[in-house]
Design a protein. Sequence first.
Length: 184
Amino acid sequence: MRKQLKILLAADSLFVLAGGLLGPIYAIFVQNIGGDILTAGSSYAAFAFTSGILIYLIGKWEDHVKHLEKLLVASYALSCLGFIGYLLIQQPVHLFAVQIIFGIAGAVNKPAYDALYSKYLARTKAASQWGTWEGMVWISSAIGAVVGSYVAQVYGFRYLFTIMLGASIVGLTVSSLLIKKKSR
């Protein structure tokens, strides 16, 4: 497996883990800030609609961009801002803003990530290397679900969001290894 593919997997696993820490207990957090089931569903819809609408347009634009690595790193940086946003949420309206930030980050991330991942695949191992990514997503999500539930129950959501931010910052740092430095 190529070094770039390992970097992509490592960075994405940290972001999937960070998101997975909250995933199964998201509605409980929404209730804690004064929201209800409709707030949980509609705030997630704000994320999904934002990402869904923008992903096609941004993907078309990214077809003409030379340095997808930089866009990928930028998308992870934007996600880090989203994780900071979780620490600042005090009421449901703030949650919608954070979800829109994550929607924009996802729209920038997915086309760039998928293009780079495809670029670095070994020709004869495309299925197994995509399988590695799929497995990483599910395993990282599973670990996140258990750890996130435990942390939120024992220490609270603020501590959980701090861990999510920390994991995302490490993922951002790892992803920056994809950017080649120009030699002088």
